[in-house]
Ligand binder design. Structure first.
Ligand code: ASP
Length: 325
């Protein structure tokens, strides 16, 4: 049997509230408590628990990401660890998964999961999600596929996965890219894998870093006051614009942004649309010195831009990274 480490970080899966309720709950259970609450796990793998963080996922920090990646990198070097399950709040699970996808240096499976309902709710979903995540992490076929998210029977690549529903238990999807597979009972059925660079083939190495660059996402709406960009330009190392449609900004916002990109601000242009691609604009005016996020949504572009800025501020190099990861 495989040896799987369960790394707890908090979230609804580890929370408790009033009986039956699906809101107003708080962190209560450790990763060890979670293992003890899942019948049948011992049939699938030898599991060991470790609490790495204990937060609601909107409170996860860049240093929390670094801590989690560092711990996985450390444990992955051990021959008695075959794979990982990270339990995590659902709200920002996709960002943590993508960060790990780009920074853990291993082919050993890393599967992230969580729950929409706390264990104290009526019909909670966390125990089944954890069981399925262990099934996936124990599979020989899961090696080398990068970080994955398992949720409500679906198995998704970290790059593609998104919380697409804010309230029901089937909260995650792969958008236009679909799922990587399905988990059913004690089996996992893989159907596709990512073409993009990740994990052992990623050029990003955060093992010696104590902090990450500060990058924010700015959502741009029609007739926004362009001065909203000033604060970000002053306080961030890089910026991601969630533009309209194919990544458009109003002319006024473009002009204001160009002032900052000409002074060296690195800005990536993504879209508020759920799917599709943000491409290079034809004219300098429309480009406003930005780099297109291509198929990454704004919050994943933020993760990649942070990592890119740990290596370079060269726009061509960063554009290459957006084409490869
Ligand atoms: N607020 C929770 C979190 O993301 C929501 C969840 O886990 O579903 O930590």
């Amino acid at each position: 049997m495989k040896n799987i480490m369960i790394l707890g970080t908090g979230g609804t899966i580890a929370s408790s509230g009033s009986p039956g309720a699906v809101k107003d709950y708080s962190l209560a259970f450790s990763a060890a408590d979670l293992i003890a609450s899942v019948p049948g796990l011992e049939r699938i793998a030898n599991v060991r628990a470790e609490q790495v963080l204990n937060v609601k996922s909107p409170d996860i920090t860049r240093s929390g990401w670094l801590k989690l990646a560092a711990r996985i990198n450390e444990l992955a070097a051990q021959s008695d660890v075959d794979g990982f399950v990270v339990t995590h709040g659902t709200d920002t699970m996709e960002e943590t998964a993508y960060f790990l996808h780009l920074t853990v240096k291993t082919d050993k499976p890393v599967v992230v999961t969580g729950a929409m309902r706390p264990p104290t709710a009526t019909s909670p979903d966390g125990a089944m999600n954890l069981f399925q995540a262990v099934v996936a992490a124990s599979s020989d076929e899961a090696r080398g596929r990068g970080v994955m998210v398992v949720f409500a029977d679906g198995l998704y690549g970290a790059r593609e996965v998104q919380k697409t529903v804010s309230s029901n238990v089937a909260a995650f999807g792969g958008r236009q890219f679909g799922c990587m597979g399905i988990v059913h009972g004690d089996d996992v059925f893989f159907v596709q894998q990512s073409d993009r660079r990740h994990t052992a083939r990623s050029e990003f190495d955060v093992r010696n870093l104590s902090e990450l660059p500060r990058v924010s996402v700015v959502w741009i709406s029609p007739d926004d006051d362009p001065r909203l960009l000033d604060w970000y330009a002053e306080h961030c190392d890089g910026l991601v614009l969630a533009g309209m449609g194919g990544g458009s900004l109003s002319d006024r916002c473009s002009e204001r942004l160009r002032v900052f990109t000409e002074k060296g601000l690195i800005a990536v242009r993504s879209t508020r649309c759920l799917d599709g691609v943000t491409v290079w604009q034809d004219t300098e005016d429309a480009r406003a010195g930005t780099i297109p996020a291509l198929t990454l949504p704004p919050h994943k572009a933020r993760v990649l831009l942070m990592l890119a800025l740990t290596k370079t501020r060269d726009k061509n190099e960063i554009a290459r990274m957006f084409a490869e990861y």
